[in-house]
Design a protein. Structure first.
Length: 459
């Protein structure tokens, strides 16, 4: 039997309050869940948040599964308190290389079939769907991954999109044009077909992380991430593989020739996305769930949105750059269209060259390169390197007229630049000059740093 959302929540709870907290009073689905998450983040805390009671629904809610590197690593079976980032990334590589085909189970063995709402019983209001931010167009499902099939091959595809509640049995489905499901929808239009979908809400963190991959068969990757084949069963009203250990599944049909509009919607960059964006419409045909289902929520405006796929993205980024620059030490995305690289520069100009490769691979609107003695996971150290190792008229590169990142409010504001979805990339070389001696960085004594513990000295 596959690991489930419950197994992950148990592991997070056992790990302590840094990983898991519970809300002790009922929450209103309008804004209150998001405010709790934002207040914790303001204190530098990003645990999984379990909400036993959401007004208007009998189901509990859990959010912030992807709020930090540590909660993401825990979802992949790692102990981030004992393992370095590099060790965790090695686990990601091994799991991605160990893809496994799904295995089919009978409906009688699938907890997702314990409750079935069919035909007139279908009613999305039974779910604790949240209104995240004040100007959002309404309540959105943000954490579910949607399963479809490539029409020419029948191979299942999974991806995470946003879904606006449009009625008791209707959901919006906003898919950006470059995503796999958008290609699937357009192909169905060419073939004159409707599109069956299954929106999966609530599964083990590893499964949801794998659903965010690109250019792979996601259900196979889910098996790799779980360490065992993903167990699936048949849908009630759609011919699709349904993860048997999921919490909630919404089945439905999209007519890809018929469009509606979506938005505004609060996004990860801290701005509301534009309103009246074209979106597909899901006509819901069934809701199935566990008898004690837990609803998984994601606040799109919170940092967990950008962190959710960060493990696989950073591994791919690092491996690509490392192959070209062997002295690369680390790479990280800072969540707001920025990328930091640390490396031991061997010849003058190598840091700028690495940054240019990162830009070419769309790894950031702003790329900062620092030396390998700078901790790129510490923003203060990165800013210190910029302040003390950069000469602005020599170490800044500006690259105009490059395609902008999705949702970047500047590059998508035609009135400001007149260039449409184009933007300017900035490279900052904050490395020491290779060709001359440089001042010595002050470092604490390594032996004392590793052996002296504050709790042994302070009351």
């Amino acid at each position: 039997m596959n690991k489930s959302l419950r197994d992950y929540l148990h592991a997070a709870k056992q790990a302590g309050p840094e990983y898991y907290v519970e809300v002790k009073r009922p929450l209103d689905p309008y804004l209150e869940v998001s405010i709790i998450q934002q207040k914790l983040a303001a204190e530098g805390r990003n645990p999984v948040i379990y909400c036993p009671e959401i007004k208007g629904s009998s189901l509990p809610l859990v959010t912030n599964l992807f709020g930090s590197f540590k909660t993401l690593a825990l979802g992949l079976g790692c102990d981030p308190n004992r393992m370095s980032r590099e060790e965790v990334y090695d686990v990601v590589r091994k799991k991605a290389a160990g893809k496994k085909k799904p295995t089919w189970v009978q409906a009688s063995e699938a907890p997702i079939k314990e409750v079935k709402l069919l035909k007139e019983e279908v009613d999305l209001s039974v779910l604790p769907i949240i209104h995240n931010s004040k100007l959002d167009a309404g309540k959105y499902i943000g954490a579910g991954f949607m399963i479809t099939k490539w029409p020419d091959t029948g191979v299942a595809n999974a991806g995470v999109y946003r879904h606006l509640v449009m009625g008791k049995n209707r959901l919006g489905c906003m898919i950006n044009p470059g995503n796999d499901t958008a290609y699937i929808a357009r192909r169905n239009v060419e073939l004159g077909r409707s599109m069956e979908v299954a929106l999966v809400i609530g599964h083990h963190s590893a499964v949801v992380q794998a659903s965010l991959a690109r250019q792979v068969t996601e259900l196979d990757l889910m098996g790799g991430y779980l360490g065992e084949p993903l167990e699936v069963t048949r849908g009630e009203t759609v011919d699709l593989p349904i993860p048997s250990q999921a919490e909630v599944v919404i089945e439905g049909i999209i007519d890809p020739k018929t469009m509606a509009t979506d938005g505004p919607y609060a996004e990860y960059l801290g701005y509301y996305g534009e309103g009246n964006k074209p979106c597909y419409v899901i006509q819901v045909t069934a809701i199935t769930m566990r008898k004690d289902a837990i609803y998984h929520h994601l606040d799109s405006a919170h940092q967990e949105h950008s962190l959710s796929a960060s493990m696989m993205a950073q591994v791919a980024m690092f491996d690509n750059l490392k192959a070209q620059f062997p002295t690369l030490k680390a790479v990280t995305l800072n969540g707001w269209l920025g990328t930091y690289l640390s490396m031991k520069q061997r010849v003058p100009g190598e840091a700028k060259q690495a940054a240019l490769v990162a830009v070419a691979d769309n790894y950031g609107k702003t790329v900062v390169v620092v030396d390998d003695d700078v901790d790129i996971y510490n923003e203060r150290e990165v800013m210190w390197a910029i302040s003390t190792r950069m000469i602005a008229d020599e170490d800044l590169l500006i690259l105009p007229g490059i395609k902008g990142a999705h949702l970047d409010p500047v590059s998508y504001n035609e009135g400001r630049t007149g260039r449409g979805p184009m933007t300017t990339r900035l490279i900052i070389d904050a490395t020491k000059p290779v060709e001359k001696d440089f001042e010595i960085k002050i470092e604490p004594d390594e032996q004392l740093w590793n052996t002296m513990r504050l709790e042994d000295y302070l009351k």
